[in-house]
Design a protein around this ligand. Sequence first.
Ligand code: FPP
Length: 243
Amino acid sequence: MNSSLPPKEFFPRHIGIIMDGNGRWATQKGLPRSEGHKAGAKVFKKITEYAVDLGIESLTYYAFSTENWRRPPEEVTALMALFREYLEEAEDRKLENEKKGMRIRFIGETDTLPEDIAHRMETTEQESAGKNAAIVNIAISYGGRQEILHSVREIARQVASGALSPEEITQEHIESHLYTEGQPELDLIIRPSGEKRLSNFMVWQSAYAEFWYSDVLWPDFTEQDFNRAIWDFAKRNRRFGGV
Ligand code: FPP
């Protein structure tokens, strides 16, 4: 047993990670912000491998928010290049990921992305669709409120068609139209870099999530930080509003 981790039954089932602090990391080193994102992408891959090997069921990464489109065009372009690179690599790593049973999903308004990226995302999703050991959701052009809005619109269509009455609408209906449909809700949200905000991340799915903050900047985040977050989670007493 890995003594730096609690027993597996205390692991969170679904972990959300807000990869924050890339820009500050780069600035501290006198580098362009894009270098921070590049270093952050490496950490994303390292932590994903580690978490999947540990047996974490679902991971959701916040890689690009709907608000991030407002960043300077060169930064947006650099981030898109990293997503493109990752998708190309995913194609090369197909067999390895298959062995791990890793399913990759992209959540967000993917129709707002450059066409080649959206197309590769679809291919990557389809190729890993049958896997079920671990789900890795990558939120790109994602907003939590927008996700709920998308679900509400779907339900409104059903009501307008007469298939559903307003009184019949349940939380399950809303959940069934979220991008994470069928996955456990978030147990733990990890946000490095000292910020203590949700920033429109998984607004519905985080209703009972535990937060774990750290001052470490995402490009410096290690497997030991991940272990610490899991330990802290395991020690917390989750009551879901009960006593
Ligand atoms: C927030 O830090 C981070 C982002 C907006 C981008 C996160 C994306 C990656 C790490 C790339 C992931 C790659 C793949 C392939 C999924 P910030 O830049 O706002 O940091 P700051 O607050 O220090 O400026």
